[in-house]
Design a protein around this ligand. Structure first.
Ligand code: ATP
Length: 298
């Protein structure tokens, strides 16, 4: 019986490995399918390297023509600036980043990079220029090194370490018995929400993108983790064109401009200070979140 048990047990492990790999592959193809819907223009050129001034000019968009999702949205982010977009769930915030990645094309207005319509550029060069820290980071069932290096597979060891340091992840990794070889993901070490987000920041930094999108997680973090992420984000945004899609208003206090979206329209815009003084929607959202946070920390 024992002679049978070992190969059967091995087959069980193998089966689980294959099933997991299939799930990973499926996820990858899911992404590829969405990307293929939009084709490059025949005369598309590569976006030149270097700083990018990003503009949304009266952008209108709908996933379904019967239901507009964005209407007449304009914003401008110069290199070194951070613009934050806030608003209720479903207001259209993440749609802005999908349009920037060109998963979809705008139906009215245009998006420009240094004054040129983004449809003029190849999607590959566009995506090369954008680093994203997504709401929910997918970790591959592999080493933590692999998970960071995924941002730029040809990066050197020194560059991976530098990105991990900049994301304030290095000391944590160094404290693990297997260091950078520690396996993470569903079958490895489970990282906390804050740690996962730092892996995503390290990945994005390794790519050294001109444009950085930070799609903040909706889940509540304790105020210490929130402050840590806030400072990493500010460090990561230095010298880049940064767009924050925010759920927690404390993340956006220092933004060059805050845009309040409601039902796909810009209803308010300005700095944190100016918006509080205006005593409108933003000021009300701020007051509510302050109450919430104090409740949570108590
Ligand atoms: P949240 O804060 O919950 O992330 P959001 O402001 O980022 O919300 P979006 O994800 O931009 O909102 O979605 C805006 C609207 O578009 C929502 O009403 C949503 O249901 C709809 N929507 C989003 N993605 C699709 C899609 N692929 N097809 C159809 N409708 C969609």
């Amino acid at each position: 019986l024992i002679q049978l048990y070992i190969p059967l047990n091995f087959l069980g492990v193998l089966y689980r490995e294959i099933r997991q790999s299939l799930v990973d592959i499926e996820r990858m193809f899911g992404l590829l399918r969405t990307e293929r819907e939009i084709q490059d223009a025949p005369d598309a050129v590569a976006l030149p390297h270097g700083p990018v001034h990003l503009r949304f000019e009266s952008v209108g968009f709908a996933y379904d023509p019967r239901r507009p999702v964005l209407e007449d949205v304009s914003l401008s982010i110069a290199p070194g600036q951070t613009v934050a977009v806030v608003g209720h769930s479903g207001a259209g915030k993440s749609t802005l980043s999908r349009l920037l990645f060109r998963f979809y094309d705008v139906q009215q207005g245009r998006i420009t990079l240094n004054g040129t319509d983004l449809r003029h550029y190849t999607q590959a060069s566009l995506r090369q220029a954008i680093g994203i820290v997504p709401q929910d980071t997918v970790l591959f069932n592999d080493s933590i090194r692999y998970n960071i290096q995924y941002g730029r597979p040809e990066a050197s060891e020194a560059e991976v370490l530098a990105a991990a340091r900049a994301a304030q992840l290095h000391d944590f990794i160094a404290s693990l018995p297997d260091g950078y070889e520690t396996r993470v993901g569903e079958r490895g070490l489970k990282l906390s929400g804050g740690e996962k987000q730092r892996v995503a920041i390290a990945r994005a930094l390794l790519k050294d993108p001109a444009i950085l999108i930070f799609d903040e997680a909706t889940s509540a973090l304790d105020s210490k983790t929130e402050k840590a992420i806030q400072s990493q984000l500010e460090a990561a945004a230095v010298g880049r064109t940064a767009l924050i899609i925010a759920h927690r208003l404390s993340t956006v206090m220092n933004a060059s401009e805050i845009i309040v979206l409601d039902g796909g329209r810009v209803i308010e815009r300005g700095t944190h200070k100016a918006l509080l003084e205006a005593q409108g929607n933003y000021a009300r959202m701020w007051a509510l979140q302050q109450q919430d946070e104090h409740g949570r920390d108590d």
